[in-house]
Write a protein that binds this ligand. Structure first.
Ligand code: NAP
Length: 286
């Protein structure tokens, strides 16, 4: 029987430490860490994410502001709001919920957010710092995976790590973090040949491709640790991951479930990044 890595419990414990550190931060500085979340348009999934972020901020004692802009907001207006928030001393983290409506340029938005307030860690300056191993913020999902591996007691150094997916927000930074932890890392993507041969080499397999139940038991090495980042829908519309849990769980040594694995960690790491940003701001002011 594989160990089930309980992302809900690990996330809850991490939020308790964030809340304690926030209380100490407020006592020391007289203000709370502040997060501004911008949402443009009425994408229902984005609205749920933004509500959850706002609620999580309140629970740990942050100041949280949500800016709901209409679908037709012009680029100049969005840019102006970001400029205002960049200059706002009560706000330490800024996040613009993606995807944006088609007429808006996401790259321009990401580049406009001050790197010091870029709690998603998407700005090119923060991406570069991750490459150098000298960073304040990590993208929330891969950062959450690293916490799950640490809390599950998984040794990374010297292990064969295979990452499926090479997106800028999950796959690439995930591979970089495993490399920095001294894993031997292979990145796979849609053009990878003989995929199952590569995934079967993995001691640690991280899957982030967005294909429901794609990884089956025959693609996994016995005893591997399997991290499922996917958030997909199965044939009945039920939430599931990129890993076929039923066939993989009997083979691996540890696995994250979906739901209840990686998902709960993502907002927690956003809170962690916002607290880090506030601490950096306070240090610079003293
Ligand atoms: P993405 O931007 O769509 O990237 C998917 C990656 O998977 C691409 O690199 C693609 O390869 C690769 N891929 C697609 N089909 C493949 C196949 N058959 N074999 C091998 N590689 C394949 O997705 P993403 O944003 O990284 O998200 C991936 C999954 O994680 C999604 O299910 C998403 O919902 C989930 N997610 C979850 C969280 C969370 O909080 N739990 C956060 C973010 C994302 P190419 O580059 O060659 O196209």
């Amino acid at each position: 029987m594989a160990k089930i890595i309980d992302g809900k419990a690990i996330s809850a414990a991490e939020r308790i430490s964030i809340k304690e550190e926030t209380t100490a931060f407020i006592e020391a500085n007289g203000y709370a860490p502040g997060l501004a979340v911008i949402i443009v348009g009425e994408n229902p999934a984005s609205q749920v994410y933004v509500r959850n972020k706002h609620k999580a901020c309140g629970e740990v004692g942050f100041l949280s502001r949500v800016y709901e802009l209409p679908e037709a907001t012009p680029q100049g207006e969005l840019n102006a709001l970001i400029d205002t928030l960049n200059a706002d001393e009560a706000i330490h983290g800024i996040l613009c919920q993606l995807p944006l409506p088609k007429h808006l340029n996401e790259d321009e938005v990401i580049a406009r957010i001050s790197p010091a307030k870029d709690v998603d860690a998407f700005h090119v300056q923060n991406v570069g710092r991750i490459m150098l191993g000298d960073y304040d913020f990590l993208p929330c999902t891969p950062a959450g995976v690293m916490v799950l591996l640490r809390e599950a007691g998984v040794e990374i150094s010297g292990k064969e790590c295979v990452v499926l997916g090479r997106s800028n927000i999950v796959g690439k930074p995930m591979a970089m973090l495993l490399l920095q932890a001294n894993g031997t890392v292979t990145i796979c993507h849609s053009r990878t040949k003989n995929l199952a041969e590569v995934t079967r080499r993995a001691d640690i397999l991280v899957v982030a491709i967005g294909k429901a139940k794609f990884i089956t038991g025959d693609m996994v090495k016995p005893g591997a640790v399997v991290i499922d980042v996917g958030m997909d829908r199965d044939e009945n519309g039920k939430l599931c991951g990129d890993v076929d849990f039923a066939s993989v769980e009997p083979i691996c040594s540890a696995i994250t479930p979906v739901p209840g694995g990686v998902g709960p960690m993502t907002i927690t790491m956003l809170l962690r990044n916002t607290l880090t940003a506030a601490k950096r701001f306070a240090q610079a002011a003293n």
